[in-house]
Ligand binder design. Sequence first.
Ligand SMILES: [Zn+2]
Ligand SMILES: [Zn+2]
Length: 380
Amino acid sequence: MTKMEPISLPLPAFAGGTKAMTLNPVVGTPHREYAEMFIPGEEKIEDGEIRVTVLGSGNPWPTRAQASASILVEIGNPEQDIFLFDLGTGSITNYASLKLPVNALNKVFITHLHADHTGDMLTLSGSFSKVGRADGPVYVWGPSGSEPRLGTKHFCEAIEEALAWNNAADKGAINPDSMRIVVSEFDYSKTQVVYDANGVKVTSFPVVHCISGAVGYRLDFAGLSFGFSGDTRPSWPLVRACEDVDLLIHECFPPAKVLAASSGLSIERANIAINAAHTSPKGAGKVFGLVKPRMAGLWHTLISPQIIPMIFEELKNEYGGPVVQTQDLTVFNITKESVVARQAKQFDQLPPIPGKMRVPYTPVVEEPPEWWAESLINLE
Ligand SMILES: [Zn+2]
Ligand SMILES: [Zn+2]
């Protein structure tokens, strides 16, 4: 019998680590040298490349180390398209760290309507319109539910309605079109192409999570592909839709005992969370073995230096390929030659970068309410 070697992974970024948490950060033979850390603003996306950045790797309780669910995908096409897959609380804070244009951030694909996947929708619609997302609406794609009230259309209309005061208050100062949300709701139960433009194709497929109306996505561009589970139990439609993708990011929860001990959930609740809604490390390994991605990413995982080696230990009995435990600001460069995983340097305080404006708008000053005249303190 060989002696068990303990798994030695890089530290999490919040504990001082600077590398992606993996034993295999590079798959294939890169055609260029990659700096050890990804420095935002210093590496332009290449023609024909897909760059995937985890904006939110975490849980329904966002922490300073882990924002809630969100993945950013940048495309090396002439349009330099940017896509968001989910937009959980805190993930927009991580976008602000990447030196990318705000105006380009207008396409969101929602996997399901849990609040930890949608919390920053208010900020994107209501606040980013003030700081550069100026040309027009936010476009949202998302699944139907088993009834209209449980679908993406209802959710987005309700957000627009909830922003009535916000949007009335900003009227005149910014393009009113930028305060709109335009929704494309599709049938959650079918595997189908839901977006096809500028060389980018996005396919949705149903997944098994809590109730009907959760999906995952596959994105294809220039012969490269990215698969994303959203929240799910191990499920066949995902395996069928994501076969042989270059990068598969799949959710993974720690074993129930560990989840209970580290999250404050009772063991009963932790068991229900994992068995009824999520994927264990063993389950993730099984899915990776069936999909056979070039690189696999674990995601939506409670990260601690104690938990992650346990997950890798359990996973390796099922799957021997390259796996990254994603954290906030883990970056994947996907090219024909290689898939490379790194951590991005974090910038805590940057001004927003509006980016290229295509729709000119001249602000107008609205009449103030009459009662202000008597209530304002005169500073002259
Ligand atoms: Zn969920
Ligand atoms: Zn979730």
